[in-house]
Design a protein. Structure first.
Length: 215
């Protein structure tokens, strides 16, 4: 139907004042020739669906002839118009790896406790409850582990508290946001200290406690 709508001027012209009908060449699918060849006899079939009624009503206005040719004879067919008969094979998936993950990985192996933990997980994935080593990433309950001595902690907190999209929330909300993705020992105290020392928060946020009354 798309080809008829595209070349309507050709079919209409060949049917008016000309004894030669328009020719609609239909290339069949090699794997489904028994089904696709039936288009050639569309005018002789019993109509059984609304789509057939719609298409036939449009096609009756033209003088045409449908010629069926096997798909294997169409040597110049667009590759995208054909389905591969073989089962598709997934060869590889490449994923971007952030630079800070590489930095965190170096810190895991340089930290005595974490490097020993990784060795235990290599030997027995269930050796330490809650921890896992998957895709070369150390996690605790699906959260990325950060070394206690890592310099990444301040950068993570700066991104989740001080960045323009973070909104400089309070310590409780910053803690809730951070613990969704990361874990390190002493996280809550580090966040309390970081938020309390935030220069912008100190200068622009007021006290949230009730004012002390007079004696």
């Amino acid at each position: 139907m798309k080809s008829i709508e595209t070349f309507v001027h050709i079919y209409a012209g060949m049917g008016n004042g000309c004894n030669v009908p328009g020719v609609l060449t239909y290339w069949g699918d090699i794997s489904k020739s028994a089904q696709t060849i039936s288009l050639k006899y569309s005018l002789e079939q019993r109509l059984s669906s609304p789509q057939q009624n719609k298409w036939l009503a449009k096609m009756l206005g033209y003088d045409y002839e449908i010629i069926y040719k096997k798909g294997q004879e169409n040597s110049v067919a667009d590759a995208l118009s054909r389905q591969f008969e073989e089962e598709s094979t997934l060869l590889a998936i490449s994923l971007p790896i952030p630079e800070w993950i590489e930095e965190a990985r170096r810190e895991w192996f340089s930290h005595p406790g974490l490097s020993q933990l990784i060795s235990q997980l290599h030997a027995d994935p269930n050796s330490t409850k809650g921890y896992s080593w998957q895709d070369a990433i150390l996690r605790y309950r699906d959260k990325i582990v950060i070394s206690p001595t890592s310099t990444l902690k301040s950068r993570i907190l700066a991104e989740l508290h001080s960045s323009p999209i973070a909104g400089r929330l309070g310590s409780q909300k910053t803690y809730a946001r951070t613990r969704r993705s990361f874990f390190w020992t002493g996280m809550k105290n580090d966040i309390l200290t970081f938020v309390a020392e935030c220069d912008v928060c100190q200068r622009h946020k007021g006290e949230t406690i009730k004012a002390v009354g007079t004696l």
